[in-house]
Write a protein that binds this ligand. Structure first.
Ligand code: PLP
Length: 362
């Protein structure tokens, strides 16, 4: 039987990708904002309905540059129910993370708990849209305005998601999307920032290229985070199929939901009204079910199916962070200790989803 992993990277055909990269072999323009980079930037910006978009070699460096571009200092309120990248970016930029707990139904930051964590050192909120679910953007905006805080969204999981007709990347000051191979949309490795304020364009572009502002001046302590032409070519190809892929993911998710909804001890994440989904992940919380998640994962793996404990552990339990930062997060801890992310990707068949559900229910 074929191995079923939690995700499978989307790719165009070999021929299609070769055709896309052919011009590079003539121009020898491999990186540094070449024609494919510029074409992809326009296309992906339009797809995300973003006012401004800037491309990066990966999402993590994009997030670090977002933090630097806004000149954040002191404390940042964030959640530990995320990938290592979010907390690492905050700490690596010299800031202090303060951990806020998450909402038990959407696993995103509990906006009602943010204000109690604000001090005179707080400069920003860095919430995470998790699994394709969105944060309470309206409440977060009100809090940010009231306390004069910046907001950077970790939008690594929400490529293509909209609230009403607004792209998810239009909320907050800056949003970071990841185009890593395992995400809904990929450029092999890659990422972007979307942002409102046009005046950030020069600084962001410069920070991703060593802080160089023109050939004879370096105005910022920048890094190297440019997207190359081969990544951009992959993005241009994959973007042609994203809508088709979302339809396939939607179908797989619908089967999962139909089979696993209303089962005692199995909790699915809440469907958010007015939010278009991207079906990025299918998290299931086993809470009082006849089997715990380790038992379920073992049964699945006996059948060559590999689910993941994602996110586990939460970042404030990492040995490099444990006990160092403020904020109690019992709900995030509970979810992290009971969640299993089931396989979900565009090529996953209905039979395979049914097989996974059969094993879980048996
Ligand atoms: C993948 C991911 C990132 C990092 O993105 P990369 O492109 O892999 O650097 C950051 N935050 C979250 C929540 C992610 O899932």
């Amino acid at each position: 039987m074929n191995r079923i992993n939690v995700t499978r990277s989307s790719m165009p055909s070999y021929e299609e990708y070769c055709k896309a990269i052919k011009p590079i072999f003539k121009s020898r323009h491999l990186t540094n904002m070449g024609p494919l980079h510029n074409e992809f930037q326009k296309k992906v910006g339009a797809y995300l309905c973003a006012e401004n978009v800037s491309l990066f070699t990966n999402g993590h460096l994009a997030l670090c540059i977002a933090i630097r571009a806004l000149g954040l200092k002191g404390e940042v309120i964030t959640t530990p129910f995320t990938f290592a990248s979010t907390t690492n970016a905050i700490v690596d930029c010299g800031l202090t993370p303060v951990f806020c707990d998450v909402n038990p139904d959407t696993y995103t930051i509990d906006a009602d708990k943010i204000e109690a964590l604000i001090t005179d050192k707080t400069s920003a909120i860095i919430p995470v849209h998790v699994y394709g679910n969105v944060c309470d953007v309206d409440k977060i905006e009100k809090i940010a305005n009231k306390h004069n805080l910046k907001v950077i969204y970790d939008a690594a999981h929400v490529f293509g998601v909209k609230i009403g007709d607004k792209g998810i990347g239009t909320f907050g000051n800056i949003s970071m999307f990841s185009f890593h191979a395992t995400k809904v949309f990929n450029t092999i490795e890659g990422g972007c920032l979307t942002y409102k304020d046009d005046s950030l364009t020069e600084k962001i572009a410069s920070l991703r290229n060593f802080g160089i502002t023109n050939p004879e001046s370096v105005n910022y302590v920048g890094t190297n985070a440019k997207m190359n032409e081969f990544q951009a070519a992959m993005g241009i190809c994959n973007l042609r199929y994203i809508d088709e892929e979302l339809v396939k993911r939607k179908k797989a998710e619908a089967t999962y939901r139909a089979r696993l909804e209303n089962i005692e001890g199995i909790k699915l994440s809440q469907i958010q009204k007015g939010v278009t989904k991207n079906y990025a992940y299918f998290p299931v919380v086993f809470d009082g079910y006849k089997y715990n998640r380790v038992e379920v994962a073992e049964k699945l793996s006996e059948n060559n199916i590999f689910a993941r404990k994602y996110f586990y552990p939460i970042t404030n339990e990492f040995s490099c962070y444990k006990g160092k930062y403020r904020g109690e997060t019992p709900i995030a801890k509970h979810i992290s200790e009971n969640v299993l992310t089931l396989p979900l990707y565009a090529g996953l068949t209905d039979n395979e989803v049914n097989l996974i559900c059969d094993i879980i229910l048996k």
